[in-house]
Design a protein around this ligand. Sequence first.
Ligand SMILES: CC(C)(COP(=O)(O)OP(=O)(O)OC[C@H]1O[C@@H](n2cnc3c(N)ncnc32)[C@H](O)[C@@H]1OP(=O)(O)O)[C@@H](O)C(=O)NCCC(=O)NCCS
Length: 113
Amino acid sequence: MANVELQYLTHPQFTWVHAVKAVKDGSTVGSVMITEKRDGSIYLSCFSVNEKFRNQGIGRKILQFTKSKYREKKISLDTNKNYQAAYHLYLSERFKVTKDGKCYVKMGFEPNK
Ligand SMILES: CC(C)(COP(=O)(O)OP(=O)(O)OC[C@H]1O[C@@H](n2cnc3c(N)ncnc32)[C@H](O)[C@@H]1OP(=O)(O)O)[C@@H](O)C(=O)NCCC(=O)NCCS
């Protein structure tokens, strides 16, 4: 499992946009963007890990760290079942499919469920 430092970043201009990034030896190797929605929940987008560093547990660390920052919040995201690693990871982190569309799936995580 890769040893990375996880950083929570606030946007310099926007109060509702944040990010979590994973840093290894001074370089960013993965990140996710976090947007706060009007209903108080959060929405994740642009989740990715540098290709060279995939399958080392970094994506899971990013997701778990993000969940720990928003303990009481519902989390949603859009993805695609063809993104097999991402889909597997979301399911194993207790995200559930909330809408199964033709080209995408909506998934949600609810704390305590
Ligand atoms: C999704 C992504 C961020 C995951 O990052 P990562 O650091 O590789 O994730 P992890 O190593 O923590 O976990 C990957 C998991 O997927 C599994 N996996 C990898 N390839 C897989 C495949 N083809 N099918 C099913 N599961 C797969 C791994 O076994 C691992 O699960 P495990 O911990 O239960 O063994 C990375 O794959 C990525 O950047 N993908 C391209 C961009 C993308 O799809 N983003 C999501 C858009 S919604």
